[in-house]
Design a protein around this ligand. Structure first.
Ligand SMILES: C[S@@+](CC[C@H](N)C(=O)[O-])C[C@H]1O[C@@H](n2cnc3c(N)ncnc32)[C@H](O)[C@@H]1O
Length: 241
């Protein structure tokens, strides 16, 4: 985008350096989907209910191996699947080629560097990726996402965000950790979740919601998980100020 500072500016956030070492590792990526256990069908149905059709452009930010992007592609005109990890993008590219999917464009870029080309997006999706950015950079990323979308376009965001009270963090986090997977091949273990809490950037829902609104979104729907450690938002882009 024309008002971005030069990419080489020393104060820019190193997205690749904070993407999670495992997301750059081809061996981990091969086993990632089984571990994540993500079924994209409810998200595909949600987008279709929100008006996504064969004329739509959708951008998936932090797409990983592209489970969602591949599932939504038959219902769209154009899907742009963006991830900062070269290994994730390589896995997605080879799978899209293998499946003969021609309307999906894998792009290696981050939240803070992706430059959208072509018609503004009708829909943006991001699942379990924004927590890689500290809050200052989350806000910058959200403002960039608003500029990718056409006015009235829909942003669907889901991630590890904390909806528990500021004074109940210990209780809520210990409750969540107590239900962690025993097996690393089929879920996230206590040790992995502890690393997430300590080293990644999940934030409170009340902070995130203020950032969404400042970035130019209207929050139309929100869901908080029972564990109070995940949240999902359906937002629309407000008219430009
Ligand atoms: C936990 S995976 C989620 C993948 C996918 N969205 C899903 O729901 O299965 C997080 C993804 O975010 C990507 N990622 C991390 N930091 C990023 C950034 N700054 N910009 C774009 N993608 C990023 C990682 O490479 C990884 O593929």
């Amino acid at each position: 985008m024309k008002d971005d500072p030069p990419a080489a500016a020393g104060w820019r956030f190193d997205e690749l350096g904070h993407a999670g070492a495992e997301h750059l590792d081809a061996a981990y990526i091969a086993a990632y989907e089984r571990k994540a256990g993500y079924d994209p069908a409810p998200d595909v149905a949600r987008f279709r209910a929100l008006g996504l059709d064969r004329a739509a452009t959708l951008v998936d930010l932090g797409c990983g191996t592209g489970v969602f992007a591949l599932a939504i592609a038959p219902f769209c005109r154009r899907v742009v699947a963006v991830d900062v990890s070269p290994s994730m993008i390589a896995a997605l590219r080879s799978r899209a080629e293998h499946q003969g999917v021609t309307n999906l464009e894998p792009v290696r870029a981050g939240f803070l560097t992706y430059a959208h080309r072509g018609q503004p997006a009708d829909f943006v999706f991001s699942r379990h990726a924004l927590h890689h950015l500290p809050d200052f950079w989350k806000a910058i990323a959200l403002a960039r996402i608003a500029r990718i979308l056409r006015p009235g376009g829909v942003f669907q965001l889901r991630d590890l965000f904390y909806s528990f009270s500021l004074f109940e963090a210990d209780r809520a986090l210990e409750g969540w950790l107590g239900r962690a997977s025993e097996r690393p091949d089929v879920g996230w273990t206590r040790t992995e979740l502890e690393t997430h809490i300590r080293e990644e950037h999940s934030t409170f829902t009340w902070l995130l919601e203020a950032m969404l609104e400042r970035a130019g979104f209207v929050i139309r729907a929100r869901e908080y998980s029972e564990s109070q450690t995940y949240a999902a938002y359906t937002c629309t882009r407000a008219p430009l100020r």
